[in-house]
Design a protein around this ligand. Sequence first.
Ligand SMILES: [Zn+2]
Length: 162
Amino acid sequence: MQCKKCGKECMESELKNGFCSECIEKGDIPSLKWFNFFYKIYLPIVIILNFIFVIPQVSQIIETENYNFINISYIILSIVLYIIIPFLAYLKVEKSKETGYRLILIFLMCDYICKVFFTSATTTVNYGGNIFIYIALCTLIYAIWFVPNIVYFIKRRNYFLN
Ligand SMILES: [Zn+2]
């Protein structure tokens, strides 16, 4: 086994998260505190909140038999993106860090695109105006949350990908 930072040959037991003790001591290994918070606390909150959001929506559609294409695709997207993918990521991180890591990145990028698109679309429907201006504005506003997160995860890819 090799240290992912300096490439030194080590016994597997000497490596922590794939890094040798010398590199860890030098302190130039990025920490995983935010990653751990993200998947242990943030993802479960996303799943629970969206569960609470989706159930009344689904029951309303069934009650009113209003099988509107846009409503249904919106709910399916919410279920896939905000319940199924985070749930799989949460489960996978423990077993296969690589799959969990990829799912979290996919989740962040899809969440970014969907939030920009839905906020712009609903603002256009409700207040009028040019959707492309809203898309540009939303891309900038949501970047405050998404860009540092995506950069954080991409910088730590060596922990997860072989
Ligand atoms: Zn090393």
